[in-house]
Design a protein around this ligand. Sequence first.
Ligand SMILES: [Fe+2]
Ligand SMILES: [Fe+2]
Length: 141
Amino acid sequence: MLWKDKYELGVLLIDTQHKELFKRVEAFLQTLRSSASWDEKVQKVNETLEFMKSYVVEHFHDEEVYQKSIGYPNYEEHKKIHKEMVDYVLQVSDEYERSGFNEQLMQQFAGKLLAWLINHVASEDQRIASYAIEKGVAGDE
Ligand SMILES: [Fe+2]
Ligand SMILES: [Fe+2]
């Protein structure tokens, strides 16, 4: 598991979603990199991709609602980063469908997705927690 407890923000909903995202992205990579043939795994890959597309949107939304609730000053900037990621995911997904489920495309995408997730959760999302602590609005649980 690539998840680390130090990634926690101390907000139950957000932390739960982050853990779920890590779990799903790792499972996605495992499926992609298993020794089974592409024909055997393409269906599972597609299902996972569909799940992540909606889950990512849901998570970003919930995280933005939390940011607003604590008056996070980098809300707009953070929202823009989220939107760019959603656009990227949808663009790759479109390309993938148009290509007739090209394996190479998904392999590259999965690696990028994992790198993005780790980097974003470990840095950008952590800034929300730092602000909450600094302002004394941390710990809504
Ligand atoms: Fe997040
Ligand atoms: Fe975020």
